[in-house]
Write a protein of this length. Structure first.
Length: 216
């Protein structure tokens, strides 16, 4: 009996991953590719030193975190996915973790690919700069995700992330360790805070979503 339930559980997990990747993640991934494609047009990505390379990475590439991570809870509006999630064999939290894992991997892959492109174009990139961009993307996406969990409203969640992005443009000097654009000034310390905080925020958002779902 235990083996049977494990088999059903694995089947459900594969179904969830397959449906999510096709109907939810793929469109977001393609949108992120478009953002990366226009980045060289808006900023220029040829023969930049380390400080100059941080500009397109922090100002535009990091936005893919909002695109990919913020809609993590949105697929429940799809009835097909909702039916599978409602199965007694798979817990909602487990489903959200699956989405979170492949979303984070997607963000990392896109940033690495764009970084390789910049290296080919003669830009000077370092591992801390690439990791810092990942931290920026994760933090922007995580605060949107938390907003989505609390408000159950995806447009509001996107607005929160965009608002924080705009705050970094206007009052970034007052944001301290939570400054998204610090690498342009040669400061990499905030990125460690951003990455650590983003992981914590994602966990909190998933827990909040679980509590709200149970209360319904």
């Amino acid at each position: 009996m235990v083996v049977t339930e494990k088999s059903k559980n694995k089947l459900q997990v594969r179904q969830i991953a397959k449906i999510n990747l096709r109907h939810n993640f793929l469109p977001l991934f393609l949108l992120s590719l478009i953002i990366l494609a226009i980045t060289p047009i808006l900023f220029g990505t040829a023969n930049l030193n380390e400080t100059a390379s941080a500009v397109p990475l922090e100002m535009l590439v990091s936005i893919i975190g909002v695109v990919i991570l913020t809609p993590l809870f949105h697929p429940e509006q799809n009835s097909e996915i909702e039916d599978i999630i409602s199965s007694k064999y798979v817990n909602n939290t487990y489903v959200h973790l699956i989405r979170g894992i492949y979303s984070i991997i997607g963000i990392a892959v896109l940033i690495i690919c764009f970084s390789v492109y910049m290296l080919i174009c003669g830009c000077k990139l370092t591992i801390p700069l690439i990791l810092g961009t990942f931290a920026d993307a994760m933090f922007l996406g995580s605060i949107g995700l938390l907003s989505a969990a609390v408000s159950n409203n995806l447009p509001v969640a996107f607005m929160v992330s965009i608002l924080y992005y705009l705050l970094n443009i206007t009052i970034q000097s007052k944001l301290g360790y939570f400054n998204l654009f610090s690498m342009m000034n040669g400061n990499y310390t905030p990125n460690l805070w951003l990455l650590t905080s983003s992981i914590l925020i994602i966990v909190i958002a998933i827990l909040i979503k679980r509590i709200i779902t149970k209360c319904r």
